[in-house]
Design a protein around this ligand. Structure first.
Ligand SMILES: [Zn+2]
Length: 456
């Protein structure tokens, strides 16, 4: 009896060995296919150069929907379709002016960029003294009396000592998302937010802000980090200096837009869906190359690689271009809402929205045995220098799928340079390296292949 079990055990290990060897070969073929192809890079070029300004609700966003739909159609997938979603429509306008006036130092124009969803200032702009604060705690300490009628200047930098740059961003971002609403409660007339970047330069980084129901909507702009440093220095010596800002951005009625979806049907469990996605909308000041044209193109590329290599997944693989991640996150919400209405069975979902830099690994939003098994896939990636397989994952667009209790996976590339480009005019196609982009596509394709093959 004991002998029999021993035999069975060695037989199982033998087949596992063969299976692992086969998988290693397929992973290698996936990387070869990605690195030998320029299709993804050229698709990204088109998206960046021909649909620049594709923030939700704009004609450029509509062009991006049409372009990616066509790319998917031409791949002759099993199904390509659009999901209707109503999105906010905000227009930046054509005036963005910021100027510091000091009796001690003179007058200096500084680069500013209206925050998404901000109201404009009106033709004359707003003009007032400036109160600099580090965070909401300080805002409260300063209080209404000193803030009323002034411009609040949130000047908390990203903490440069944090190796996880997304954590640094996370700790500073609320001054942009909630700062204007908070400052308005204390009677501020406008808000300046230090750009959320590690760079010290004269380029403002935009991003969305959220007003609160029942609180006055005051104009809000980001200011370049050099502008913020200068303003802070001058304020210390001349607290009476004034700031003049003019913007003519505005909010328009919501419009119809779309998530774009392409499917490769599963051969064994076609009803089980694996979603791979990025977001199609991007801030209008740049080209949305790293954020998040790359994630969209990589998602499409996974399907192309599977097709090119004749990989027939057991489950249905979906590439999803989510609309409106930046402004209202309506695309991701709609996707999950429709999944529920249509009784879809989701198996797992992965998001690529951290730039097109060299892959480092994946974060897995799951636990227990499933987590352990996913982390154990690391061995297949070591030959490619991809080593970070860790607990904790998700993404803004796939987040609403959490209600189905499925693992949510983050693709993790190197993050040291990401916030130099993020939400700024510097996020252009030229900043994406084709090899780094494709190492990412390959890593994602390989991970999805393995998860599907081993039923993880
Ligand atoms: Zn993004």
């Amino acid at each position: 009896m004991k002998k029999y079990f021993l035999f069975l055990f060695s037989l199982i290990s033998f087949f596992q060995g063969i299976s692992q060897e086969q998988s290693e070969k397929v992973v290698k073929l996936i990387f070869d296919e990605a690195l030998g192809s320029s299709v993804a890079y050229e698709n990204l070029r088109y998206l960046c150069k021909e649909t620049k300004g594709r923030i939700a609700g704009t004609p450029q966003a509509a062009a991006a929907v049409e372009f990616t739909r066509q790319v998917l159609e031409e791949m002759k997938l099993d199904r390509v379709f659009l999901q209707e979603v109503m999105v906010p429509h905000w227009e930046r306008g054509n005036v963005e002016y910021g100027n510091i006036s000091s009796v001690l130092f003179g007058s200096r124009e500084v680069p500013v960029s209206a925050l998404g969803r901000s109201v404009g200032t009106g033709k004359e702009g707003i003009f007032g003294r400036v109160v600099e604060v580090y965070d909401f705690e300080e805002l409260e300490k300063v209080g209404s009396e000193k803030i009323k009628g002034k411009i609040v200047f949130f000047n908390r930098p990203l903490d440069p000592t944090l190796i996880q740059t997304f954590s640094a961003y996370g700790r500073a971002a609320n001054q942009r998302t909630s700062g204007p609403a908070m400052a308005a409660k204390y009677g501020a007339i406008g808000v300046l937010v230090r750009s959320l970047t590690h760079a010290t330069d004269n380029i403002p980084h935009t991003g969305v802000t959220r007003y609160e129901e029942g609180v006055e909507k005051i104009p809000a702009v980001s200011i370049s980090t050099q502008g913020a440093n200068l303003l802070s220095q001058w304020l210390k010596k001349d607290p009476d200096l004034t700031f003049h800002m003019i913007t003519n951005c505005r909010n328009l009625p919501d419009v119809m837009s779309y998530n774009v979806v392409g499917e490769l049907w599963g051969t064994e469990y076609p009803d089980e869906i694996i979603t791979i996605g990025g977001h199609l909308d991007a801030w209008d000041t740049g080209e949305g190359a790293h954020d998040d044209g790359a994630g969209c193109i990589q998602s499409i590329e996974v399907l192309r690689i599977f097709r090119a290599l004749g990989i027939k997944p057991k489950r249905t693989i979906r590439a999803v271009m989510f609309m409106d991640e930046e402004m209202g996150q309506t695309g991701g919400k709609k996707y999950a809402e429709l999944a529920k209405i249509n009784n879809e069975k989701h198996y797992t979902a992965l998001e690529s929205d951290r730039g097109a830099f060299t892959p480092q690994g994946f974060g897995f939003g799951t636990q227990g045995e499933r987590l352990e098994k996913m982390i154990a896939l690391k061995k297949y990636f070591l030959p490619y220098g991809i080593t970070e397989f860790k607990k904790g994952g998700g993404g803004v667009d796939i987040g609403p799928l959490r209600q189905f209790g499925i693992p949510l996976i983050s693709y993790i590339p190197d993050s040291q340079r990401y916030f130099y480009y993020h939400h700024s005019p510097k996020d252009t196609f030229e900043q994406v390296n084709p090899r780094e982009l494709q190492m990412g596509s390959a890593a994602i394709a390989a991970l999805i292949y393995l998860i599907d093959k081993y039923d993880l």
